[in-house]
Write a protein that binds this ligand. Structure first.
Ligand code: AMP
Length: 404
């Protein structure tokens, strides 16, 4: 199927071609025609599925006609990184048109944003808190708003934006098109969707909360104390390329980055404890391939839009299984393949079971020779696998991890 058959106009088709997109992703195939009709859309889709273009393209097509310089489309996102990313996509897809966009988020000065807002924009991409701040100061006129997008609605709620989002909804014209995207649908997300949407079409890419296709999941059982050494070893031996490592805490990210650096890895830490400019710099270097490994916390990593991430590492098994899906969604984007490596200490065995339940699949447990866990993890009865001879290499290509 082509983008043309979805009903997009020539200037957008040209921009997509220049981006190197040859065909729409599943969510784009489903959401674009509905969005172009002006209908509400609910998309159950995580990052990496192409959801940004799924909502931006219908908006850009709609805004070609009608008045310019008035706020007609608003995209709410949870983080500044995602705001920047959606903004840059809007610039890329809209490059042959005359639609003006602005990104508005906290952590930076108000002034340049105020100037942009007052200068007349058609689309605003915003984090909820900062948008309310501008609205309170009279910098934003929402009376002409036609389209609202809630992107990563689940994350917005997780990050404590619930009240802000509801306040924004109260201030918007009721007569509008709303597009709602969330990787997971909890009761709170559902309530927000009910409030924000009217008559909508549901578009889904695969099952809810399912990790992206094309990902090879490797699960390594290892003692907690040996995780850093195992990761340093695996980074040397696995295929090289951009690698994103997740840790639970900022302190953990710093400590791990320090260790890997000492082991000769080209690595940087990326978390909310760093200044915005340090984060931008780290991200630029990573994007340019000057830094190979980025060690990030979950919050900081939201919205990192770097293509060709070949491997995502869960240095800790996340407590919330949905976080696993979000993390892994950073690799194997838009049909590419990628590796998700999880280092699991014996105390994390049960949390990993929850991840597996969510994904509806069981991953084989591997060990790294020389780093076999000293404590035998609690093996739930139903998961007990037949014992295999120790030390049998299961991945010739990798040659490093062996299945227990
Ligand atoms: P998203 O899920 O919107 O964050 O998009 C994930 C990545 O896929 C981004 O880097 C997009 O530039 C890219 N992308 C989006 N749509 C397509 C497409 N149809 N073909 C190839 N790449 C795409």
């Amino acid at each position: 199927m082509s983008f043309e058959s979805l009903g997009l106009v020539a200037e957008l088709l040209r921009a997509l071609e220049e981006q190197g997109y040859t065909e729409p992703t599943p969510i784009q195939r489903e959401a674009i025609p509905v969005g172009l009709q002006g209908r509400d859309v609910v998309g159950c889709a995580q990052t990496g599925t192409g959801k940004t273009a799924a909502f931006l393209l219908p908006i850009l097509q709609r805004l070609r006609e009608g008045p310019h310089g008035r706020l007609r489309a608003l995209v709410l996102v949870p983080t500044r990184e995602l705001a920047e990313q959606v903004f840059s996509r809007a610039q890329a897809y809209g490059r042959h048109g005359n639609v003006k966009a602005a990104a508005v988020y906290g952590g930076v000065g108000m002034e340049p944003q105020t100037k942009a807002l007052k200068g007349g924009v058609d689309i605003v991409i915003a984090t909820p808190g900062r948008l309310l701040d501008h609205m309170g100061r009279g910098h934003v006129d929402t009376s002409a708003l036609e389209v609202l997008v809630l992107d990563e609605a689940d994350r917005m709620l997780d990050m404590g934006f619930q009240r802000d989002v509801y306040r924004i909804l109260d201030a918007l014209p009721a007569e509008r098109q709303t597009m709602f995207f969330s990787a997971t649908i909890s009761a709170d997300v559902d309530r927000l969707a009910q409030r924000a949407l009217t008559d909508h079409a549901e578009v889904e890419t695969g099952r809810r909360a399912e990790a992206a296709d094309g990902v090879e999941h490797i699960l390594v059982a290892v003692d907690k104390s040996a995780k850093r050494s195992v990761l340093a070893k695996m980074l040397k031996e696995l295929p090289t390329g951009r690698t994103l490592v997740f840790t639970r805490t900022k302190y953990g990210a710093d400590k791990l980055a320090h260790h890997l650096r000492r082991e000769g890895t080209n690595v940087a830490a990326f978390h909310g404890g760093k200044t915005q400019s340090a984060r931008n710099k780290a991200l630029d270097r990573f994007r340019l391939g000057k830094t190979h490994v980025l060690v990030a916390t979950d919050v900081a990593a939201r919205g990192i839009d770097v293509t060709n991430i070949v491997m995502v590492v869960n240095f800790d098994v996340p407590q919330d299984p949905e976080i696993y899906v979000h993390r892994v969604g950073r690799t194997a984007r838009a049909g590419a393949s990628g590796v998700a490596l999880t280092l699991m200490s014996p105390d994390e065995w049960l949390m990993m079971r929850d991840v597996e339940k969510l994904m509806r699949r069981t991953l084989p447990r591997d060990v790294v020779p020389g780093f076999e866990p000293t404590v035998e993890p609690v093996q739930p009865e139903e998961r007990a696998e037949p014992s295999r001879p120790q030390g049998r290499s299961v991945r010739g290509r990798r040659g490093i991890a062996r299945r227990r």
